[in-house]
Design a protein around this ligand. Structure first.
Ligand code: PLP
Length: 414
């Protein structure tokens, strides 16, 4: 019936180089095996190399069973209860609640909480699709503000007061929603400024820290700890387990009331099979490693600094990111795909990120760094990147040798 329309939509995607296809991938440490060929992996989110650690790989398979039901029927296992308590304690929140995926958590939270049609959801323009979907499904109005632009955010807060002819103290429910570290740009939200605006305008805050947890802050507590923000000033904190924690699933943290409300009203929570107990145990094990293994974070930070240094020596613009996500923006879809394909031929696995995931004209290579990689891997990546973009790798290497050899030697020895 609709085959012709679907075929046409797919053909259009092919035409503008935005067609997506899947590859069967088997990641292992810094490598990924694709169709029997091994590549250096610069595309995964295993920022701390936890997913491939032998302690995770040799997890106790006695727990290998499903949860056999939703959490409110019979699926809430002691492993879930223990993990929730561990996370709440680690991150400094009253309570925590597990979801099977970050997408289901985000898309459900805003819809479930923002039920007042006079309410307002203010979303950073670069927020993840799951937050945008949640906002659109909520009864409250969703408005986006320019990325990390506090002036733009305040303007929207003021406009809302004017529109409803109210003052700061009796404004309708307003929630500011941001990521801690942005998934396609790798930059961080200015949390102290967001928190001060929220206080000033009596707004709440929801933070998605999918890419900050594990990577930043003491013991990997994430963006709040890294920016010295008291968890009590964030109403809803959400993080996923599928990035630095090396597992999968997600957690929502906040007050006892928030969590009780979600248990009672979140349709994604109530009507979905709970994550498997095995998954909860694996995640708990991985979180202990994240907390204890400071060396993973230190190695990742060294890799980030070294990679940015190499890029700058090769004449690339700064990526604007100090996180594990390092975007190299190329612009057009076709060129970005071509560069990604050329890198694949050199044994480097990278994905070309194209609209609508990112803005039109800002197609990019989303390079992800990990503590599993070594400096020689980064040397190879940047030289291949420079070659693919017609910068001369010889220049890259000689510039590095003459300009900053001592700094690199220090980093290598540290
Ligand atoms: C910022 C952000 N939030 C939420 C999600 C969704 O999480 P999950 O992959 O667990 O569904 C992602 C995943 O890619 C993400 O980058």
């Amino acid at each position: 019936m609709f085959t012709q329309r679907l075929s046409q939509a797919l053909a259009d995607k092919q035409q503008n180089f935005s067609y997506r296809k899947r590859y069967v991938c088997q990641p292992a440490g810094k490598f990924v095996d694709v169709n029997g060929k091994q590549y250096l992996n610069f595309s995964g989110n295993d920022y701390l190399g936890i997913a491939s650690d032998h302690r995770i790989k040799n997890a106790d398979l006695n727990d290998l069973s499903g949860s056999t039901g939703s959490s409110l029927i019979n699926g809430y296992h002691p492993a879930h209860q223990a993990l929730e308590a561990e996370i709440a304690d680690w991150l400094g929140f009253e309570k925590a609640l597990l979801f099977s995926t970050g997408f289901s958590a985000n898309s459900s939270i805003l819809k479930t909480l923002m039920t007042d049609k006079n309410g307002l959801i203010l979303q950073d323009k670069l927020n993840h699709a799951s937050l945008i979907d949640g906002g659109l499904a909520a009864a409250a109005k969703s408005v986006r503000f320019a990325h990390n632009d506090m002036f733009a955010l305040e303007k929207k807060l003021i406009a809302n007061l004017k529109e409803n002819n109210v003052n700061k103290n009796n404004a309708s429910e307003t929630l500011i929603v941001s990521e801690g570290v942005f998934s396609m740009d790798g930059d961080s939200a200015p949390l102290a400024n967001i928190s001060s605006l929220a206080r000033q305008y009596q707004a709440g805050i929801m933070l998605d820290d999918a890419h900050g947890i594990g990577v930043f802050g003491k013991n990997g507590r994430g963006s709040l700890a890294a920016q010295n923000i008291n968890p009590a000033s964030v109403d809803i904190y959400m993080a996923t387990f599928g990035k630095a924690i090396g597992s999968s699933g997600a957690v929502v943290c906040g007050s006892q009331t928030l969590i009780d409300y979600l248990v009672n009203f979140s349709r994604s929570y109530i009507y979905s099979t709970a994550m498997s107990p095995l998954q909860a145990k694996l995640t708990s094990r991985a979180i202990k490693m994240v907390q204890q293994d400071d060396w993973r974070r230190e190695k990742l930070y060294e890799n980030i600094a070294y990679f940015k240094h190499l890029l700058s020596c090769a004449g690339f613009d700064d990526t604007g990111s100090n996180s594990a996500i390092q975007p190299v923006i190329i612009g057009e879809n076709e060129t970005t795909l071509m560069v990604a394909n050329q890198l694949k031929q050199s044994g480097i696995w990278l994905t070309a990120i194209r609209p609508p995931t990112v803005a039109k004209g800002s197609a990019r290579l989303r390079i992800t760094l990990s503590s599993a990689q070594d400096k020689t891997d980064l040397d190879f990546l940047v030289s291949q990147l420079a070659q693919a973009l017609k910068l001369t790798p010889q220049n890259v290497n000689s510039q590095i040798q003459t300009q900053d050899q001592s700094m690199i030697t220090n980093m290598q020895n540290s």
